[in-house]
Ligand binder design. Structure first.
Ligand code: HEM
Length: 381
């Protein structure tokens, strides 16, 4: 009798859990060409737009840090549900149309098989490789989430101290070294002036610029940001002023020379807890590459949905439509049939309460305003 219990346990609980894990090559039989289709699409885009690697990296981070790597960032808003896309930090996230293009190709190749969450994860790795970064092995098998709500977005802002910025990383099981390593992604990409302009003059109530920023860089960034006009109200600057589209370790030597554009980047090179690793990465590109790959795998594993959880979206921008339930044909009354009387509750048993109607989601105090366009206060993440 005991062994029967063990078989039931194994079949219904242990086996599904063991199978429901991420693993490299998850699509090797169900969609053999999935990873090459993704790579070719990223390659095509990269050949005309080198900035796509940075766009994907940021999209992946913003997805995984909010309700896990479940493609919740890709959902378009509806009137009933303002999605994560509406949140301040996400207003400048780019690259959605590349994910759409890949999804369309994969739906033709093998419908309802490859999740949007895996597409973002694999495409990000491919973007890193094409920009000259490490080629790390991505475990796959993520599924797409069923929730995307603007009020869930609570990403760290660029003006935080290191201990403050570390809090959300620690809460997700990442270490301080992981944070220093992942911020190395700022070796590629851009920042809008609105994210660092306060460092250029009137810094923290003084009339001057941030004394921690190199003077020549202050002058250069001022002239870029002063060029703002109605066509380009919020100009941009490269996060790594040395090798901007190349994924290398130069970002770390830049911040050691006080040439960090974002305050958080500069803090990495000043805080006692992070400067040792910054110095190591600045002098050891191989170590940085290895640790970056490992940290990206950890990032990509955050709160993933596996097995039967979530769904495989057909369109990354929308949840799959809920199939209407088959209407039950009423049996004809008559011919000796009477509608069944409702069963009376037995003595001592309470009658079942009627199911409550679902309340519409209330937007909480914390929720960011919906402005659909530029961020109103980009400092507030
Ligand atoms: C404390 C953590 C972080 C903060 C405060 C932060 C903040 C920012 C800010 C303010 C920007 C400029 C966005 C814009 O102007 O549009 C930016 C850009 C970027 N971030 Fe981060 N970030 C953090 C962590 C990360 C991580 C972990 C990654 C990836 C692993 C990442 C990848 C990027 C990339 C690649 C860009 C450039 C995006 C582009 O060119 O469109 N960031 N980040």
């Amino acid at each position: 009798m005991r062994w029967k219990c063990w078989i039931v346990l194994l079949l219904f609980f242990i086996l599904p859990l063991a199978l429901a894990q991420l693993r490299p090559g998850f699509y090797s039989t169900s969609c053999r060409r999935a990873e090459s289709i993704i790579f070719n699409a990223v390659l095509r885009r990269f050949s005309t737009d080198k900035t796509i690697s940075a766009a994907l990296l940021r999209m992946h981070f913003h997805d995984c840090f909010v309700t896990g790597c479940d493609a919740s960032i890709l959902i378009d808003s509806t009137e009933q549900n303002p999605s994560e896309k509406e949140a301040g930090p996400n207003l400048t996230v780019r690259g959605y149309e590349l994910i759409d293009e890949i999804k369309r190709a994969l739906e033709v190749e093998c419908p309802s098989t490859v999740s949007c969450a895996d597409i973002v994860t694999i495409a990000t790795r491919d973007g890193v490789v094409l920009a000259g970064g490490p080629n790390y092995t991505i475990p796959t098998g993520r599924r797409d989430g069923l929730r995307s709500f603007v009020g869930d977005v609570d990403l760290p802002g660029p003006d935080l101290t290191i201990p403050e910025a570390f809090q959300p990383f620690r809460a997700k099981g990442l270490t301080l070294n992981d944070m220093v390593t992942l911020l190395g992604a700022h070796t590629v990409g851009i920042a809008h002036c609105s994210f660092f302009q306060d460092r250029l003059s009137g810094f923290q109530g003084t009339a001057a610029a941030d004394p921690k920023m190199n003077r020549t860089l202050v002058t250069k960034l001022r002239s870029s940001c002063d060029a703002a006009n109605s066509n380009n109200p919020d100009p941009t600057a490269f996060l790594d002023q040395n090798t901007n589209n190349l994924f290398d370790n130069k970002f770390y030597s830049e911040i050691l020379s006080h040439r960090g554009v974002l305050q958080i980047d500069q803090e990495l090179a000043l805080d006692q807890s992070t400067v040792p690793l910054v110095s190591k990465f600045a002098s050891n590109p191989i170590e940085f590459r290895q640790m970056f790959g490992n940290a990206m795998i950890k990032l990509g594993n955050l709160q993933v949905l596996v097995g039967n959880a979530g769904q495989i979206r057909k369109n990354c921008r929308a949840f799959n439509p809920v199939r209407p339930q088959q209407p039950i044909k009423p049996k004809p009354i008559g011919q000796g049939q009477q509608p069944k009387p409702k069963p009376k509750p037995k003595q001592g048993q309470k009658p079942k309460p009627k199911p409550k109607k679902q309340k519409p989601i209330k937007r909480g105090k914390k929720d960011k305003p919906i402005n659909g366009g530029r961020k109103q206060n980009p400092k507030k993440f």
